[in-house]
Design a protein around this ligand. Sequence first.
Ligand code: SF4
Length: 330
Amino acid sequence: MIETIYVERAIKNHPRTKKILKKFKKSRIISIYKYGEIFNKRNQNFRIQKANPSLILAHKKDSFVLPAPEGFGIGASKNFYFSHMYNCMYDCRYCFLQGMYSSANYVIFVNFEDFDIAIKKTIEKNIGSKVTFFSGYDCDSLAFENVTGFAEHILSFLSLHPQIEIEFRTKSVQKEPFLSMKPIQNVILAYSLMPELMSKALDNKAPSISKRINVISELSSRGWKIGLRFDPLIHGKNWKELYQDLLDNIYQSISIENLHSVSFGSLRFPKRMFKDIFKLYPKEPLFAGPLSLNKKMISYDIEIEEEMTSFCKNLSLKYINKDQMFKCSI
Ligand code: SF4
């Protein structure tokens, strides 16, 4: 239940604003001038706000499409991302958003058509390059789909541009709009996964791994292209057995011919961000693990990272080709 919804005056009559507000009949609506009045102000406490976040409906003015950080990608030469929303309904302990924003309120930008225009321009500027777009870098791309309808909107636009790829990365078990449509070959539904035992401790409020695997299995059998994202890889007691079980389980549960790619990423935080996150959860066992400062990043030692990545890659080779695997190193 969202108790309070802030609405920017400029978009109060936007059809998408009205559609979203209809879903929250009992919420208190407050008119604001700019979303920045409420979001990311200093002296907000992410952890306290996360218990009862408000929703903010806003108009995005610029920076619709941005280059993805170096090291983020699944094989294309050009990688871009866009976020129709800031923040997430889940509460993963390692989430970088809690170190990036001081507010846990959700912001939804309702002017989706401006994303279409910016994506189209980016495609036109990069003709001849292999381009991948990532939806929802600053949120979970599908968790709030029932409210926003963003994926449904953008899919009809992207199906007109088969030369580019788009990834929706998620931990949700959101099946629509995908079940009601024919699969679109340049769309990748990418699921973040870790062993169930670790996920129970870290992926707060997110669907269980077994539920995610059921959805992956269903959507892959319908022909949707699937990405598996073991990112971050988490070190801990019995990690080898736990990852072996997970990898065998997932590869045996999905239609392997519809597996687009698999990527592995390390647990890492920029030093400053780690400080902020640590302050929120000083007793979190994850942060007491074998982490150290390496080149301005807090991460596992390189030997641990490499051991985990090669262990998982070697296991995956039983099921998939080497060229389907990527390492995410941001
Ligand atoms: S699902 Fe992703 S965006 Fe949402 S809290 Fe977890 S890590 Fe953060």
